[in-house]
Design a protein around this ligand. Structure first.
Ligand SMILES: Nc1ncnc2c1ncn2[C@@H]1O[C@H](COP(=O)(O)OP(=O)(O)OP(=O)(O)O)[C@@H](O)[C@H]1O
Ligand SMILES: [Mg+2]
Length: 562
């Protein structure tokens, strides 16, 4: 069974912020400053209610001097709140953007180094959602919602403290009315939220994945006999996304119960305070403080409940992103000292020794395969379709790690070699050469080693492809969207040109199809022959003419060599 860790659709959000901390660490100074500004700004908001109370008491006492002090205090607090809140937002945005940029770089870097099996085993759309869309959700959260979440959370805490300080009797009444309901409501929300939001994120990723896959398979899916298949597949996922979204809305609206008790609590508070003022236990100013602060409290609660949904969304996205980062963490590889210690020789025999490999548990595709390709060898690998030729080629080039056995080049186990060095020594031209949207030159630039224009021209010359490139329109010819203007044979020519740019001692060519048009076939054969001198060449041959020309044939039959 191959060595990859599967991604979870709906990974646990438990302690996700703590697991995420290492990525925030580098920006902790800015985050701390933002937090401080946020605390101060919340304190200023909470301070406004007592300032009003002070003013009201000054009026009832007829103390003009104190009234002016109260007014000045109020104005100062309002101003301070504005400045502090803004600074906190600016600082959090700055820290958030830096964190996100770092994350994007990290995700792309890890994906670029990911084992081929990992990429193959996951849907592109899912990887795409995790590494772009969900990071953007996180950006929005850090920039827009986190300042509010902190601000309102602090306002609730400080207001409660203030109320307790002013009149513990009224404050306790408020708490007694409010706390039990609040606890029940929050518990109800937290019970449903992780699943609901996780399901929504998974449905979103599935939809993106199906969308990209069906779009790429457009040609096949709109073919006669399969009308509307494209739309049907998409609709299925879209319906699931709608159901998941309805569920998250339902879970989120649980928090709106907070609003219902606001009126009740305020009424009870007013009744009790009228009674307390009459009994001479409370000043009118204190009552005003209470009414203003209670409104503050409930409004903050309501806003917080709205933000809780956003926070859950961010938590879910973060959990899925952390899952991806963890799955790709460079643990489990050979230790760094081993990698740096094992230099791959420039030339050598390519030896497979007792290889077994399976894509799934208990279903080996290759069993105990041993084969040697001496330096300079020229051999063909043949076998019926599905017999495991491509799989063997990927093992021989270090793209897959065998479950059992070793692949050695010049005596060095590929597992211990630096992947960059393997790529420079052993090149596989795959059955389906990957072409990006752009020019021929841009496609050739994907070869390792940043080849320049002159090198590309030399490679074209070397392989005798001058007439082909000229007919295409030169190196700057547009090859169409994902290479739509190139035939299967021409794609392999691009693969061969890339290989020529790397100039590797070992070349494996996985022939595209059995039925290339004669022109393309001849051109490809000539190019291969011109590239071959001095190199080891292994051709996975599908076409009889290729097989005839090869001096040695290795036959793969249901996972074994004959
Ligand atoms: N990424 C994959 N995940 C799971 N199974 C796979 C994967 N790739 C190939 N297989 C399975 O492994 C077996 C060998 O496939 P492989 O592509 O190596 O065959 P092949 O000999 O190259 O065939 P062809 O001549 O058609 O190119 C097949 O049964 C195939 O279904
Ligand atoms: Mg194959």
């Amino acid at each position: 069974m191959a060595e990859i860790r599967e991604l979870a659709e709906d990974p646990s959000t438990a302690r996700v912020f703590r697991r995420f901390w290492p990525y925030l660490r580098p920006h902790r100074a800015i985050f701390a400053a933002a937090l401080l500004a946020n605390v101060a700004s919340s304190a200023a908001v909470v301070g406004i209610a007592p300032a009003i109370g002070l003013g009201v008491d000054a009026v009832t006492d007829g103390d003009e001097r104190r009234l002016w002090w109260a007014v000045a205090l109020m104005a100062g607090l309002v101003l301070a709140r504005m400045v502090l809140l803004r600074s906190s937002e600016v600082l959090l945005s700055a820290a958030g953007e830096r964190t996100i940029r770092g994350l994007r770089d990290l995700v792309v870097d890890r994906l670029a180094r990911a084992p081929l099996r990992f990429i193959e085993a996951h849907r592109t759309g899912d990887l795409l959602r995790r590494s772009t869309g969900e990071i953007s959700d996180l950006t929005l959260f850090l920039r827009d919602q986190l300042p509010n979440l902190l601000g309102f959370g602090l306002t609730v805490a400080l207001t409660t403290a203030l109320l307790l300080a002013y009149s513990w009797l009224l404050a306790l009444l408020l708490l007694a009315l409010f706390m039990p309901v609040a606890i029940v409501v929050v518990a109800w929300f937290t019970r449903g939220a992780p699943r609901a939001f996780g399901r929504q994120a998974a449905a979103d990723a599935t939809m993106t994945a199906t969308f990209t896959e069906t779009l790429n398979a457009h040609e096949a899916l709109v073919a006669p006999g399969r009308p509307q298949e494209w739309v049907r597949r998409f609709q299925g996922d879209n319906d699931e996304l709608l159901r998941a979204a309805d569920r998250t809305i339902a879970v989120q609206s649980r928090l709106e119960l907070f609003g219902m008790i606001e009126g009740l609590a305020t009424a009870a508070l007013l009744l009790l305070s009228v009674w307390l003022v009459r009994a001479g236990q409370l000043s009118v100013g204190t009552v005003v403080v209470f009414v203003v602060a209670t409104r503050n409290l409930f409004e903050s609660m309501l806003t917080l409940s709205g933000l809780a949904g956003q926070a859950q969304l961010a938590r879910t996205g973060l959990a899925r992103l952390t899952d991806l980062l963890d799955a790709l963490a460079p643990a489990g590889r050979a230790p760094a000292e081993l990698l740096t210690g094992t230099e791959l020789p420039a030339r050598g025999d390519l030896v497979a020794d007792g290889l077994s490999f399976g894509y799934a548990e208990g279903a080996d595709v290759l069993r105990d395969v041993s084969v040697t390709f001496p330096s300079g060898d020229r051999a063909g690998l043949v076998g019926v379709t599905g017999s495991g030729k491509t799989t063997l080629a990927k093992l021989l080039t270090g793209l897959y790690q065998p479950d059992v056995g070793t692949v050695r080049y010049g005596g060095v186990d590929l597992r211990l070699a630096d992947p960059d060095q393997i790529r420079a020594r052993i090149v596989l031209i795959p059955q389906q050469v990957h072409i990006i949207t752009g020019t021929l030159a841009e496609n050739l630039a994907l070869a390792p080693g940043e080849p320049d224009r002159a090198a590309m021209e030399r490679a074209v010359e070397l392989l005798g492809l001058g007439d082909w490139t000229a007919r295409l329109g030169g190196l700057d010819a547009d090859v169409g969207t994902r290479g739509s203007r190139l035939s299967a044979g021409e794609r392999q020519i691009v693969g061969l040109l890339r290989a020529a740019l790397v100039d590797p001692p070992v070349l494996l060519l996985d022939e595209a199809t059995a039925d290339l048009d004669p022109d393309a076939a001849r051109r490809l054969e000539t190019a291969v022959e011109r590239l071959r001198p001095g190199r080891t060449l292994v051709v996975i041959a599908h076409r009889p003419t290729t097989i005839e020309r090869l001096p040695r044939i290795v036959r793969v039959e249901s996972g074994r060599l004959n």
